[in-house]
Design a binder for this molecule. Structure first.
Ligand SMILES: Nc1ncnc2c1ncn2[C@@H]1O[C@H](COP(=O)(O)OP(=O)(O)OP(=O)(O)O)[C@@H](O)[C@H]1O
Ligand SMILES: [Mg+2]
Length: 311
């Protein structure tokens, strides 16, 4: 494939008066895992639907597998597969039957052998002839991803691949996705979980208020927030509110559910000591405190709160 696997510029989409995408830009290189990160309703599925030719954008353009999605949707479809947000396996059929059915639909040479190979690869051989109705969520997801690999697409789209899975099933799915990328498949996935993006993605793009507000590797994104973070926990909301007044600086993230405030310092002893002196002067005793490295959560909160203020 010539050029990047996916390249999107100034993509726009509205549903009647509800503007969802205001101008989205990003590029996905071949053979990489790209995570589109955004909260509920940010427009992740809308982007996937445009890139997989299910719906049309109102403006901008998108190239997938070297073809323009608008002009050559059939060409695009030859290079991709989509695993939707909700498992698309047929409950009445067995795992083997589901795989063979898709193999026949996609005209693979030997759909029976393809099914056998995929069952093996996804650790489903023992369950091959059970109806999907009896499968756990993790097994369904594995089968769902296995189905998307039939016909060896160059680019696979996974819309919230681990949504609703327990930690073990989620880990299995992560492993599967990593293996795909190792074998050269380009993976475009959406997630609401920073941890998932951090675990899997080569590049993360944060979608918020209709556009990409940041993108880069996990460590590049983490550099967007200051180091030398100190997180204080207080015993009750009253103390937290007082602490907010005392400690508030340019970078302060408060979490009223956890009764914590995280503030940035330059990381020096003097700067950290000043925080404690301010607390002592205000006669505020935290129940807990620790110094921490920035997490993607911090990045996300920082970015989304700034983007909201600018709006
Ligand atoms: N077919 C549609 N008609 C009208 N509005 C829609 C349609 N599809 C999505 N929307 C709206 O567009 C916005 C973005 O939806 P989208 O499904 O792309 O978000 P998402 O990021 O995938 O969310 P989630 O994490 O919940 O899956 C939402 O406000 C949604 O209500
Ligand atoms: Mg969605």
């Amino acid at each position: 494939m010539i050029g990047p696997a996916i390249s999107v510029s100034q993509l726009k989409k509205a549903y009647k008066k509800n503007t969802v995408l205001t101008g989205v830009d990003f590029t996905v290189e071949n053979g990489t895992i790209f995570a589109l990160l955004g909260s509920n309703g940010a427009g992740k599925t809308t982007i996937i639907n445009i890139l997989t030719t299910l719906i049309k954008a109102d403006g901008g353009n998108a190239i997938v597998g070297s073809f323009d999605v608008d002009k050559y949707p059939n060409k695009v479809r030859e290079h991709i597969s989509l695993t939707g947000q909700f498992a698309a396996v047929d409950d009445i059929l067995t795992a083997r039957e589901n795989l063979e059915l898709i193999g026949d639909l996609r005209h693979v040479d030997d759909s029976q052998q393809t099914a056998v190979d995929l069952l093996m690869k996804f650790n489903l051989t023992d369950a091959a002839d059970r109806r999907i109705a009896t499968f756990s969520g993790g097994m369904r997801r594995r089968l769902d991803i296995a189905m998307s690999l039939i016909g060896s697409p160059a680019i696979i789209f996974l819309d919230e691949p681990t949504n609703g899975l327990d930690p073990q099933a989620r880990n299995e799915t992560w492993q599967t996705i990593r293996t795909l990328a190792k074998n050269g498949t380009t993976v475009f996935l959406t997630t609401q979980y920073l941890e998932e993006a951090d675990e899997l993605a080569d590049i993360i793009a944060v979608l918020h208020h209709g556009r990409i507000i940041a993108q880069g590797t996990a460590s590049e994104l983490k550099k967007l927030v200051p180091s030398g973070l100190v997180r204080f926990t207080f015993g009750d909301e009253q103390k937290l509110v007082t602490a907010i007044g005392v400690l508030e600086n340019d970078y302060a993230i408060t979490d009223r559910d956890d009764l914590t405030i995280t503030v940035a310092t330059g990381g020096s002893v003097t700067q950290i000591a000043e925080l404690f002196i301010s607390l002592r002067d205000a006669k505020l005793e935290p129940t807990d405190f620790f110094q921490q490295s920035p997490t993607l959560d911090d990045v996300f909160f920082k970015l989304t709160s700034t983007a909201t203020e600018e709006k």
